[in-house]
Design a protein around this ligand. Sequence first.
Ligand code: C2E
Ligand code: MG
Ligand code: MG
Length: 672
Amino acid sequence: MNRHEDIISEVEIERDTTDMLLGNSFVGLLMTIFAFSGLVFFFENDEPSIFTHKLQVWIAMMSISIARLLDSLYWRANLAGKLFNPRPALIRFSVGLYITGTIWALYSILFYSSMATVELAATMVVLSAMAGGAGTVLSPNKKLVSFYSTALLVPMSLCAVTDEEGKFFILGVLGLVFWFGIFTSAFRYNKFFINTLHLKARNNSLVEQMKTERSETEKINQLLIASNEKLDASNATLEAEVERRTADLYKLSNRDPLTNLLNRNGFLKYLNNLLDTTRALDNSLALLFIDLDGFKQVNDSLGHKIGDIVLAEIANRLRNYTEENHLGRWGGDEFVAVIPYANVDTAKAVAHAMRSGVTVPIIANDNQVTLDATIGIAMFPEHGETAVDLIQQADLTMYDQKREQRGSIGVFSQALHQEIKREQQLCERLRCAIDNCEFTVFYQPIIDVASNTLSSVEALLRWKCDDESISPAVFIPLAERSGLMPEIGAWVLNRALIDLSHWQFKQNLAISINVSVSQLLDDSFLKTVDNALKTTQISSARLHLEITESVFASDKEVVSVKVNELVAQGIKVSIDDFGTGYSSLNRLQSMPCDFIKIDRSFVQNSSEESDTIIRATLLMAKEFGCKTIAEGIETEEQKLHLAQLGTDYLQGFYFAKPMNAGDLISWYNENY
Ligand code: C2E
Ligand code: MG
Ligand code: MG
């Protein structure tokens, strides 16, 4: 059984066969009726009994043919092309055909001998024609075609062949040959028909399969379209989300959240782009470095919340003088601004406008805050080629400007550049000054007014760099900035205490050592002091530490804790350069101190105001239980004046200039 036969069922074969047989039967039956009637009525017979027999056979043939015709019409009207059960129709058709065939066979056998030559030949022709037609029309059914063609041709042919007269022998043989031909071709037709049916069935099944596959494909397509649409939708949301997040990220990495100005990163990017275009167009631009004056105090005294409000307000004010993207927050209270196409004069004009904008009092949560700004300006291309260079030069200018005078504007210059370069070189030298033994400690006597005797000495550091004496006013701030002060300070402390331990003066001298903010804030400071005292075996009461008022501007909590610890160890504390800086009554109260050193600017200024300040200081010192030291006594007059005002101790060139340890001993021996 091959695959085609698998596809088609027996019922289908039967239905198609029945369809073919019944479909073609109508014309065949009409031909049977006409041909049979013709044979019966066309040829006259000598004997009336034969005609009567023929008539009887004719009636039989007509009856069965009409019955079959009706069946055929019924089939046409009701069943053709439908899914009917083929078996009954096939049985009716087969029965009808068998009867028709039998009547034909009987007719041949019964009336052969009575037929004249012409009638016999005509009958033979009719039978052959009918058999030929049947051979095609009945070929779908092997049994029917075999029976019908045999019934039509074989009886007559056999009669002719076996006729004793032998005159129709050839006709009989031809009839048999013709029968055989019909037989074989009918079988071939049958095979062809069955194959066609299988092919048709296969086609149908393929068409069905295609239909199913198409509908499956259609379904899958619909699903794909639906999921594609979903994917598109979620892609769109995803893209929007990615865009939003990228924008957020860009903002986060390029904007300062407090002021919404560009941050360092954003400003540098912007400045680099601007520099590219400015360079290409052979143009100039100005870079402004703006640092607020007094902001730290706002933060310290009013808190960070107010500080934030103030910064946001300052940013808003600066926006009035330049485009939004030309402004950035560099950090803390520092801002940067770029002014394209500017020359020095326009840059200065904008800087002045910005400064006046900043100085307008700010109201933050019922607090009035007044700030100022120091601004450094660097020009492209004269002062720097790159964004980083320009910002650095403007920053240095601002810094230098701030040292000179807060709340002012300065333009970068080659002189400043040289100064900075020298500072950098000095800084490098300073790093190895201890190792190269370039430091010496000088001592300046401090005289007790009451006894007119030497009470203590102040240790003052000296640095000889390549035979050039560098003033402490220069190298001490440099050491502070470069982080070298704790190390240098420790060296001074040790040197001075060692020198003190060697001196054989009549009285137990005290030593005054200057301590800067960075030393005081350094974690190892207390330990350094402790170690130095222990190794030299000098009592802590003989050590006076001088701190300038500027320490009060630093972290007052830490400073206060450190000073209290020093005092707890019995060390004495002096407030140096009093009256020049940040001291307030409040701070003096929170900070224990033993001495107040009146700055030499008041001592040397013989005005009423200076006197008033000195008197007020003396009064205040008395109130807090502190002794007073007047610095910078150069003349007899100053000495008498300060002594008369009630100062406890005096120090100055009038008594002695700072000198090295050897000279101090000589000086002591000469004077005491
Ligand atoms: P200071 O602590 O106020 O020291 C007094 C300064 O006044 C010294 O200057 C001294 O030479 C000077 N001086 C004293 N008497 C007179 C006078 O009659 N007339 C004038 N015109 N000046 C007088 P010096 O040695 O140049 O020190 C300057 C500053 O450097 C010191 O001021 C101190 O703040 C700082 N310094 C010096 N050595 C050290 C140190 O070892 N550590 C720290 N942290 N600072 C130091
Ligand atoms: Mg001092
Ligand atoms: Mg001083």
